[in-house]
Design a protein around this ligand. Structure first.
Ligand SMILES: [Zn+2]
Ligand SMILES: [Zn+2]
Length: 341
């Protein structure tokens, strides 16, 4: 089998290794495709060297089939298609006891805090496995993890049909939020500055604003007869993005913070006070979000698969990372880690 190791900033090495049988309570996934996440790129750039263990196998957005199960694992069949909710929680901390295992105070993220899915066979806790329908296309399966992020964001927003939603940042997560919001019956406006991404979003039938060329606040005011947006999803993680987000909601509108800000941005709290806004954090997902994403992708799969810009074999994983890092016309890049069944 093959595995890709992160050896330090900018260095990825593919090596031949032996698969390890799954331990008690584990499942072994024969990995088909693994998507490259922004977090993986962050690790590749050396920004998380204090957290990962070098050499680190990255990757957490995958699809595949169950290859084997360890002792005591029930309900998973060998050959079954699956994806993985890449979280491992302690079950004992106050957050877990309150039912919020996805934001466990000692949360381990599989593929960051443990070895990940850029390898042919991946052993994970069996409870992390999310089954896919038998005929589910595996390329699409690799997009279920980011789609589950979008489903969680919508749920945290309490988004309802006929509401006006604005998505700030039209990368893979923003595009999935916009598509999921539209599927939920909302009217959606996406703000994105990258021309290639704008073009793809428009091809997908989404309403797109380039905030450098047009006044976003004005567009939202016009669309809502002066009321403002019901929900704003801040996905860009840029100070300009959160500044724009504060200007857009109606009275008692909601702002969902999806983007991961590495530095604290200035936030106009007067605006929060004045319009009685709700500022909502949304981090990763829960199992019901994965299940919602699988149901959604079963019906809107073609739109979701259009976000895949390129697929590279694992031997060329460095090229895949460089393609994503170069930006431009790229949305989602997948790595093929094994044969399609
Ligand atoms: Zn990710
Ligand atoms: Zn916990």
């Amino acid at each position: 089998m093959k595995a890709a190791y992160y050896d330090g900033p900018g260095q990825l090495r593919v090596a031949e290794t032996e698969p390890v049988m799954p331990g008690p309570g584990e499942a072994q996934v024969r990995v088909a495709y693994t998507g490259i996440c922004g977090t993986d790129l962050h690790i590749f750039h050396g920004k998380m060297d204090r957290r990962v263990k070098i050499p680190q196998i990255m990757g957490h957005e995958l699809s595949g089939t169950i290859a084997a199960v360890g002792a005591g694992v029930k309900g998973l069949a060998v050959g079954q298609r699956a994806t993985v909710m890449p979280l491992d929680w302690c079950g004992e901390c106050p957050a877990c006891r309150a039912g919020h295992t996805h934001i466990c105070q000692r949360l381990k993220f599989l593929g960051i805090d443990t070895p990940g899915a850029f390898q042919s066979f991946w052993n994970v806790p069996a409870r992390a496995v999310v089954p896919l329908p038998d005929d589910f296309p595996l390329r699409r399966g690799a997009l279920i993890e980011p789609a589950a992020v979008a489903c969680h964001d919508l749920r945290m927003a309490g988004l309802r049909a006929n509401e006006l939603a604005v998505v700030i940042g039209g990368g893979p997560i923003g595009a999935l939020i916009a598509q999921a919001a539209r599927a939920a019956g909302a009217r959606v406006i996406v703000a994105e500055i990258n021309a290639a991404r704008q073009a793809l979003l428009r091809e997908l039938g989404l309403e797109v604003v380039d905030p450098r060329a047009e006044d976003l606040t004005q567009r939202v005011e016009t669309a809502s007869e002066g009321a403002g947006a019901d929900v704003v999803f801040e996905v860009s993680a840029q100070p300009a993005g959160i500044a724009a987000a504060l200007k857009l909601p109606r009275t008692r509108g909601r702002i969902v913070v999806v983007g991961i800000f590495s530095e604290p941005p200035p936030v106009d709290l007067f605006r929060v006070f004045w319009r009685e806004l709700r500022l909502i954090g949304a981090r990763v997902y829960e199992r019901e979000d994965f299940e919602a994403a699988v149901r959604w992708a079963a019906h809107h799969g073609n739109d979701i698969e259009r976000l895949i810009s390129a697929v590279y074999p694992i031997e060329q994983i460095s090229d895949a990372f460089h393609r994503l890092e170069a930006g431009g016309d790229v949305m989602k890049v997948l790595v093929r880690c094994g044969p399609e069944p």
